[in-house]
Design a protein around this ligand. Sequence first.
Ligand code: NAP
Ligand code: HSE
Length: 443
Amino acid sequence: MTVTDSLKVAMLGGGVVGSQVARLMAENADDLAARAGARLELVGVAVRDASRPRDGIDGALLTDDPAALVARDDVDIVIEVMGGLEPTADLLLAAMSHGSSVVSANKALIATEGPMLHAAAENNSVDLYYEAAVAGAIPLLRPLRESLVGDRVRRVLGIVNGTTNYILTKMDEEGAAYDDVLAEAQRLGYAEADPTADVEGLDAAAKAAILAGLAFHSSVSLDQVSCEGISRLSQDDIAAAREAGFVVKLLAVAELVGDADGEGPEAGIVVRVHPAMVPRSHPLASVRDAYNAVFVEAEAAGQVMFYGRGAGGEPTASAILGDVVAVARNRLAGRPGPGRSDYAGLTVLPLGRATTRYAVSLVVHDRPGALAAVAQVFADGGVSLQSVRQEGGLEEGVPDAGLVVRTHLANEADLRAVVERLRALDEVKEIAGVIRVEGGPDL
Ligand code: NAP
Ligand code: HSE
């Protein structure tokens, strides 16, 4: 097949992801041309230091002037793998105003400035695609936007950050130290430029916002996602979960709440990111290293699971090139692909409206009535207990006992109120930890 058309592609960023995009574009040029219907010609790569050679990128393409690159009227597609909010947002607005379609891997930007960027794409009749922004290589956004568009999604739940999953896997399986494994994740190209975004849950929260927006046809921004990372987890927390038959994972959850259909005056969605204990028998427990996995639960389809490499230059480049081919086809067809859909306008509700299970670890004075007093606080707060495990105490010659109380499904606000009342109880010496438990029989 001879392809005579060609499309010009500019790239912002030539780091971990950008260098792999450039390499694959060159290595697979003939196949990509046949699939897109036009040859994809890389005409420039903007980096901070254009004097530094990069594997996989022709040195003649490097420039340190991204503004000039996006101002070119002959560029059809701009790939953004530069990261950050500024000057990136302005560069993408400039690119679209010059008629270029945009393919981005930048979840922080999309979760923060998505509405503005989508509006610019619509106004300029160009595409804004960002499959690579969520869960690396895994095709997830297009299935949500297209394949599941005929169904009603009720819940999206999964592991969407490769760095933290890598860290938690190594801590769980090898007892490795947090700082050592984080450094290794950075070396492997999984972590963000500032890894705080990974370990504090912000990267996963940005992805959760994007997933929630697509799944529920509503506008969800990063600041509406309740977010707790893994930096406060200790090796003891992970070992205790292990002993109880669980593994700790950083989960992103977006779900309808309200009446049974997610409807009614109090209805909306809750979007949350936090560490959670997952039973070892659950499929998410076997998602190891930098892999990601996402369950989508839809009314008619039931559960659909997506699994694959969630981070790293090459897997991410795969998702980017998928978008580039899709965008190229749209340009050749003379019209942009499907844009955003936020017609449902669901309210993003506070974390207090979430319902899940909890494990509360307490240190209590081991004396008659202590367990009963603790149980009474849960009962008064309307939180039903699933199990209670006691360790230590007078029988082992110490005055205090460790209690781990696991609950049935409970409302987050109710659980928080119970924890506050427990803190004030004479029998309770310390609340050692509260962690959510996901992946029960209803997942
Ligand atoms: P990276 O290795 O730090 O690369 C960033 C690139 O952008 C570098 O080439 C850098 O130039 C260039 N750059 C940054 N700021 C610039 C500026 N103001 N002007 C010109 N060039 C600039 O980052 P990465 O890991 O490839 O990630 C890039 C994006 O992809 C981020 O949005 C990230 O969230 C996203 N992403 C990454 C992964 C992953 O696994 N790494 C996966 C999915 C999505 P220099 O090289 O000269 O510093
Ligand atoms: N830092 C991100 C992660 C890259 O670890 O998942 C992929 O988005």
